[in-house]
Design a protein around this ligand. Structure first.
Ligand code: DC
Length: 224
């Protein structure tokens, strides 16, 4: 039987991590762990329970009773928090903004990293995030660092929002991407950083299929 590897995909927002990790998991039969969704879930519950983001004790208690599951329902992947489907609620702009602050809190990072290690240690997983190859699984057998220029990532986000019928401005969307990059890279705890042994993929002028093919080749080679 092939080895069950740990595959880490890190990179800035909008580089295609989610699409690719879902597609990879489907092709390999691995479990996809969207670590951003885990931080988003903590933010959603903190908002509901009106917890101050600086209140380490309350955040730590919240994380201790948190159960997160990723389940596939046909083609749709769902995030269940304490049994409730929160897939949509964790994607609102308000929760996104709060998540960036929550994800900078050390107590939250410690709890999520512990949970991610438990979920992934047996292998057969694709984890996507910012600190998977550097902090969560520094010994992962396959590490990708997926990026694209801020202009291209902003353009993709702009197309996505427009397709949903939103009123958006391209230049503003690009500058929001740049702002998020700066915040992700500058934060004190587990900033976005490329692992020294990660395989770089610049997806600026590549299609999803091209990136997916390349990733699958790497995984197949390492599985043998
Ligand atoms: O990938 P995403 O947009 O769903 O991530 C949501 C937020 O969580 C974003 O502000 C970055 C942060 N995050 C993190 O700090 N560490 C991770 N492993 C994944 C996400």
């Amino acid at each position: 039987m092939s080895n069950q590897l740990i595959v880490a995909i890190d990179g800035p927002s909008g580089a295609g991590k989610s699409t690719l990790s879902k597609a990879l998991a489907k092709q390999t039969g691995y479990t996809n762990i969207d670590t951003g969704a885990m931080y988003r879930s903590v933010a959603l519950l903190a908002k509901r329970q009106k917890i101050d983001i600086e209140d380490g004790k309350a955040l730590s208690a919240l994380c201790a009773e948190l159960q997160i599951e990723f389940v596939r329902d046909g083609e749709v992947e769902k995030v269940l928090v304490n049994g409730e489907d929160v897939s949509r609620q964790i994607r609102t702009p308000e929760v996104s903004l709060l998540t960036a602050k929550i994800a900078a809190q050390p107590v939250v990072r410690e709890a999520m990293v512990r949970m991610q290690r438990q979920m992934g240690e047996a292998g057969g997983v694709v984890l996507e995030g910012r600190d998977i190859g550097t902090v969560v699984f520094p010994n992962a057998q396959v590490k990708f660092f997926l990026s694209a220029t801020a202009e291209e990532r902003g353009r993709r986000r702009y197309e996505e929002l427009r397709a949903k019928g939103g009123e958006v401005d391209l230049l503003q969307t690009i500058s929001e991407v740049e702002e998020r990059d700066a915040a992700d890279c500058a934060r004190e705890h587990a900033p976005l950083k490329r692992a020294a042994d990660a395989i770089d993929i610049d997806s600026t002028s590549m299609s999803i299929e091209e990136v997916l093919d390349f990733m699958l080749q790497v995984i197949t080679k390492r599985q043998d």
